[in-house]
Design a protein around this ligand. Structure first.
Ligand code: CMP
Length: 135
């Protein structure tokens, strides 16, 4: 079933010059790019995006990180795109993520883990409308 999902290539990936590497993995998988934008988000946009994490102890430094520089927000489309993208991205903590995944190959951090990807079709709909209200 064709789905859309929101992907953020986070500020650590932009700073490290990994946008092409990360984007290329999604393209090579066969996903279709529907929208893409380089932008720096403010604290209000971070709070909207991470609404379910606002009360977590890791949220203040996460907000600091996600607003610390430009990120690439994008919408990708394809068969079962939500779960396919989550598989390519790997587990949250880059130190334990499986080799072959983006985080497993390229991240050594639980916070600076290069990519965010929607975790369900419902989250995808909410996150896409936050970042790309005109889609
Ligand atoms: P993401 O997939 O964007 O979803 C929530 C983010 O919070 C996660 O990636 C990490 O960047 C961050 N995160 C989740 N758990 C922790 C944690 N225990 N410590 C620090 N950062 C975390």
């Amino acid at each position: 079933m064709t789905e859309r999902t929101l992907i953020l290539i986070k500020p650590d990936a932009v700073r490290r010059g990994l946008v092409g590497e990360v984007l290329g993995r999604f393209e090579r998988k066969g996903l279709t790019l529907v929208a893409m934008d380089l932008r720096t988000i403010d604290a209000a946009a971070a709070d909207r995006h991470y609404a379910e994490h606002l009360d977590k102890p890791f949220y203040p430094p996460l907000r600091e990180f996600i607003t610390s520089g430009p990120l690439v927000a994008m919408v990708a489309e394809g068969d079962q795109a939500v779960s396919v993208v989550r598989l390519l991205v790997g587990a949250t903590d880059g130190r334990g993520a499986a080799a072959g995944t983006i985080r497993g190959d390229l991240s050594l951090s639980n916070r600076e883990n290069l990519v965010h990807a929607s975790d369900s079709p419902e989250s995808a709909a909410r996150e896409i409308s936050n970042f790309f209200p005109n889609l």
